[in-house]
Write a protein that binds this ligand. Structure first.
Ligand SMILES: [Zn+2]
Ligand SMILES: [Zn+2]
Length: 126
């Protein structure tokens, strides 16, 4: 059972708003002092379609063929799990950090638009 960090009272799980559901695993309210505490979604970067850096969340990561021995490799249990499950090795250029991910990286360029709809072609915003 969860305890209040302020008074040691019993924490009760309370309803989350629509927006809060994306950011938090759960939100608790102390039954004694009414202090609110939340459990952030630490592994939210491990959800979704594309591989992303577990530290900063960027999708702009590079796939590595071999491990770089200068930049550190993630030691989190989730990273180990991704590796066991056959994840590929990726590198985040912002964090200078390596990690495993089972998903594919987001393609550098979006797929080419159909020639039938030239009006849909937007200028490349880099
Ligand atoms: Zn409390
Ligand atoms: Zn990063």
């Amino acid at each position: 059972m969860r305890m209040c960090t302020r008074c040691g009272g019993r924490l009760e799980r309370i309803h989350r708003s629509f927006v809060e559901r994306f950011a938090y695993m759960a939100i608790y309210e102390c039954s004694a002092c009414k202090d609110i505490s939340s459990v952030p979604r630490r592994y939210r970067y491990h959800l979704g379609k594309h591989a992303r850096c577990p530290k900063c969340g960027t999708l702009r990561i590079t796939k590595l063929r071999v491990r770089d021995h200068i930049d550190p490799l993630s030691r989190s249990p989730l990273n180990l799990l991704e590796r066991i499950c056959g994840g590929a090795l990726f590198h985040c250029r912002y964090c200078r950090w390596q990690f495993y991910d089972r998903r594919n990286a987001l393609p550098e360029k979006p797929p080419a638009q159909s020639a039938k709809s030239p009006e849909a072609v937007a200028p490349a915003g880099r």
